[in-house]
Design a protein around this ligand. Structure first.
Ligand code: LLP
Length: 402
């Protein structure tokens, strides 16, 4: 990545996100080619970064989409992802979302409870359709990641245990309106160890074999997302080993492998660039205050996540400080107790690995407009979402003023 952050700051103002689209392509190709030996579908987890241009870029590489709301499904369709490459997951789908998903004829709905299966059954009956579904199995394996992004233990709200899953498949077998085409698991995000995924895949592959024994042929094995990226100095799962492990677990089964990576595809492609406003010292604590804030990038506040960062063009007078935003909350920080050089008004700070779950988790807290998003591809930059204005922020309210 050779992006001139200063030039972009002059052109688009700060704060902004810039995404290196060539990196996204490289990540996609790496994963897709790891599965070369088998029929596979890489369905991008849209929630990681749902900018239309990002989804479109992945669509052009051949990606499908893993969606968790009908809004995400519509984003994917809008940029040309074929319905047969779209999956709809999530523990709490609204009736209307299920109805629309069925009408749009997407690849499958990942069902996460018996109660949801009942709803899908009766809605598809109403519509005179057969719903293609998969069941999300919760293998009860500790994925060894942050508790907020861990999903594969029974104590988490996701999926169903093996016995419930079996009952659900039997129900599908006996229903005219349910076609069980897939099986699904996803044990957590930012995974850096292969072993928990391996154990989980084995458990679910055994279930597929049991289902086959009762003449239920499952066509899609969805291993979820979760592949970690480097934020700091993490040791990552090798994608070839990952793919190999899945291929081995599925040996002898004629099944298409689906995976749903989000962070892996876009995380390291993004940089958040913010401008220094002031420095101050309270007692003996130094603060560097920038124009970006927790509403733009909440991962440090929410998960205590650490992102590598750098003050551009400065190296002198390094000392300990907290890098904070202007919001009225002590949780409004990007880093605590980090060594940074002495800064001046208008210096730029780049916060790296912010392509996934950063813009998408941003908000308008403190009546701050969401920041601009920029794509960088083949040495050229282009705006892919303009900065929100005050008028944008009040647009849905002002007509209701009495
Ligand atoms: N599939 C399902 C069913 C998921 O729930 C998720 C993420 C993914 C795929 C994609 O996971 P990935 O490949 O990106 O790890 N906001 C958190 C991450 C939440 C992940 C939620 N589910 C963060 O900032 O770390």
């Amino acid at each position: 990545m050779n992006i001139n952050f200063k030039e972009l700051a002059n052109k688009y103002q700060t704060p902004y996100y810039v995404y290196d689209f060539d990196h996204i392509t490289k990540q996609y190709n790496e994963l897709k080619s790891a599965f070369n030996a088998r029929k596979s579908l890489v369905s991008y987890a849209v929630k990681a970064n749902s900018n239309l241009s990002v989804i479109k870029h992945l669509a052009q590489q051949g990606a499908g989409a893993d969606c968790v709301s009908i809004g995400e499904v519509k984003r994917a369709l809008k940029v040309g992802i074929a319905p047969y490459k779209i999956i709809f997951s999530g523990v709490g789908k609204i009736d209307d979302e299920i109805r629309q998903a069925l009408e749009l004829d997407i690849l499958m709905i990942n069902v996460e409870s018996e109660a949801e299966l009942e709803r899908v059954d009766s809605i598809s009956k109403e519509l005179g359709k057969e719903a293609r579904i998969s069941v999300r199995v919760n293998p009860n394996i500790d994925p060894k990641t942050h508790p907020y992004i861990s999903t594969g233990l029974h104590e988490n709200k996701f999926g169903v245990d093996i016995d419930t899953a079996k009952r659900m498949y039997i129900k599908c077998k006996n229903s005219e309106n349910l076609d069980a085409v897939g099986i699904h698991l996803h044990i957590g995000s930012q995974l850096t160890e292969l072993e928990p995924i391996k154990e989980s895949v084995k458990i679910v592959a055994d279930l597929v074999r049991n289902l086959k024994a009762i003449n239920m042929d499952i066509s899609f094995f969805d291993v979820g997302g979760g592949l970690g990226i480097v934020y700091d100095d993490e040791k990552l799962i090798d994608t070839n080993e990952y793919a190999q492990m899945i291929l081995e677990a599925l040996f002898g089964l004629d099944i298409t492998i689906v995976c749903e990576p989000g962070r892996f595809l876009v995380g390291n492609a993004g940089t958040f660039v913010t401008k220094v406003l002031y420095e101050k010292v309270n007692g003996d604590k130094r603060f560097v205050i920038v124009d970006g804030a927790m509403n733009d990038l909440i991962r440090p506040a929410l998960y205590n996540a650490s992102h590598k960062l750098e003050v551009l063009d400065r190296t002198e007078d390094v000392s300990d400080c907290n890098l904070v935003g202007p919001i009225c909350e002590s949780g409004d920080f990007f880093a605590k107790n980090v060594d940074l050089p002495k800064t001046e008004h208008n210096d730029l700070v780049a916060i790296y690995s912010t392509g996934a779950y950063c813009f998408t988790m941003s908000s308008n807290y403190n009546t701050r407009g969401k920041v601009a998003e920029i794509a960088y591809e083949n040495g050229e930059d282009r705006l892919i979402r303009k900065r929100e204005t005050f008028e944008d922020l009040i647009a849905l309210e002002e007509d209701y003023l009495k």
